[in-house]
Structure formats: structure tokens, C-alpha cells
Design a protein around this ligand. Structure first.
Ligand code: ADP
Ligand code: MG
Length: 232
């Protein structure tokens, strides 16, 4: 007997309004989204439509103006700043378009960073870093600094850093946006395998139809709302 996968991310009636001077920018207006555990969701939409804003709300980097953001049992929109930082460290892995690696640190030291917020021993941290490096196929580059790595390799380090804490959700904001097609496809294959082989729940913002083709579901953001249909 199989049970249907549980809903992991539950966003209901979320509104996000930014103020710029006296002007109000209504980015999200009463948006609903549910993502199941072990889904790989692609989030598409025109530039400026609010994709990063939505990802930041899910990852607890920002708060909604109104509405609920729930991940598992946690109401993320109701956590204090202090609670939010601890919650993020435990539950969220972020992958950025421009990698956001620290240039002064080697690949392995970059990957270890999120673990410094945990209570793991040095030996345990080393084990987790080694496993993450292996998962992204970069064991042989452990001691390299970012500026000696290709873009695709830097993004692999970014992914290793995002998965090293075994987060509940992996959030990727245009992870192939700065890569050529071949490196981008390798990154997408890696994300797909983290989803299918390791059951990682992934929400990925992308412009690229090649990227969304790797996902198990695609939703489109336009005018503050989500739909299942592409925007013309
Ligand atoms: P996307 O990722 O889809 O390109 P964003 O979520 O980055 O879009 O931005 C959506 C809209 O919200 C844009 O008009 C952007 O200028 C505005 N915006 C985003 N963040 C802020 C902010 N911190 N303050 C004011 N406006 C913002
Ligand atoms: Mg964006």
C-alpha cells in the first residue's frame, strides 16, 4: 500500500508589496502554492515577475506582507528574526546564479561554512564535506579556490554547500543562468539526480525551458499569481 506524498511547502494567500518612496509595488497578490516532499518544481516567469521574491519568502530570507508560508510543521512567516536564522540553517539550502562563494576559501572550506552554525565536531564536519564533494563529483578539487575553478565547477561547490546540512528544501535561483549550455546541462542533471536518487525536494527558478524540462512540475508566475500555463 502506498501513501501519497505529503505536502511539504504550503503557501496560502501570500501577498508581497514593496515600497519605493511613495510608490507601492505589488509583486505577489494572494498567491497559493503547494509543493510535495520529493518534488522538483520549476518556477518560471518574466523578469521582474517576483520569482526571487517568492523563493526568498519560502527560504525565510524575507517575510510576506500578508498570508501564510508553512514548511513542514513550521509557520515561517511567524518566526522571529532569531528563530528564522536558526530555522534557515537547519531547513534551507540556497543555490545562487552567481554561486556566492567566498574567494579566499578553498572549495572544501566554502562547503563547510553552513556546518559551522551546527554543533557538529570537526571530524563530523569533515565527513559531511567529503560526502557533499563526492555527491557533486568534485573530490579532486577540494583544495581549489573558486577563481581556479570553471563556472560549472563553482556551481557544483555552491550545490555542495547547499546540501551539506541535508536541508529540508533546496532552493535554486537561476542556477544555470551564468553557465554555457553544456555546463548548465551538467548542473541540471546533478539537481535531477539529487531529486530522483536522493529524494531532495527542489524548487528552482529558471528562464530556461531546458531547465524546466528536468523538473517534475512547472508553474508560471505572472502578475502576482501562479498558473500552470506559460505566459505569452
Ligand atoms: P524576478 O526574480 O522574477 O526577476 P524579483 O522577485 O527580483 O523578480 O522582483 C520582483 C519585483 O519586485 C521587481 O519589480 C523588483 O524591482 C521588486 N523588488 C524586489 N525586491 C525589492 C526590494 N527589496 N525593494 C523594492 N523592490 C523590490
Ligand atoms: Mg530573480
Amino acid at each position: 500500500m502506498s501513501t501519497s506524498p505529503e505536502t511539504l511547502v504550503r503557501i496560502s494567500n501570500v501577498t508581497k508589496t514593496f515600497k519605493r518612496g511613495s510608490e507601492e509595488i505589488h509583486v505577489l497578490s494572494g498567491l497559493d502554492l503547494e509543493v510535495k516532499a520529493a518534488e522538483f518544481l520549476a518556477l518560471m516567469g518574466p523578469s521582474g515577475s517576483g520569482k526571487s521574491t517568492l523563493l526568498n519568502l519560502i527560504g525565510g530570507l524575507d517575510r510576506p506582507t500578508a498570508g501564510n508560508v508553512q514548511i513542514g510543521p513550521d509557520r515561517v512567516d511567524q518566526l522571529s528574526d532569531r528563530q528564522l536564522a536558526a530555522w534557515r540553517a537547519r531547513h534551507i539550502g540556497f543555490v545562487f546564479q552567481f554561486y556566492n562563494l567566498l574567494p579566499a576559501l578553498s572549495a572544501e572550506k566554502n562547503i563547510e561554512l553552513p556546518l559551522l552554525l551546527t554543533h557538529l565536531s570537526k571530524a563530523a564536519r569533515r565527513q559531511h564535506v567529503a560526502a557533499a564533494l563526492e555527491a557533486v563529483g568534485l573530490t579532486h578539487r577540494a583544495k581549489h579556490h573558486p577563481n581556479t575553478l570553471s563556472g560549472g565547477e563553482q556551481q557544483r561547490v555552491g550545490i555542495a554547500r547547499a546540501i551539506v546540512t541535508d536541508p529540508t528544501v533546496l532552493l535554486c535561483d537561476e542556477p544555470t543562468g551564468d553557465l554555457d549550455r553544456k555546463s548548465g546541462d551538467e548542473i541540471l542533471a546533478l539537481l535531477q539526480s539529487l531529486n530522483t536518487d536522493h529524494g531532495k525536494t527542489i524548487i528552482m527558478v529558471t528562464h530556461d525551458p531546458h531547465a524546466s524540462a528536468r523538473a517534475s512540475r512547472t508553474v508560471h508566475l505572472d502578475k502576482g499569481q501562479l498558473s500552470n500555463n506559460p505566459v505569452d
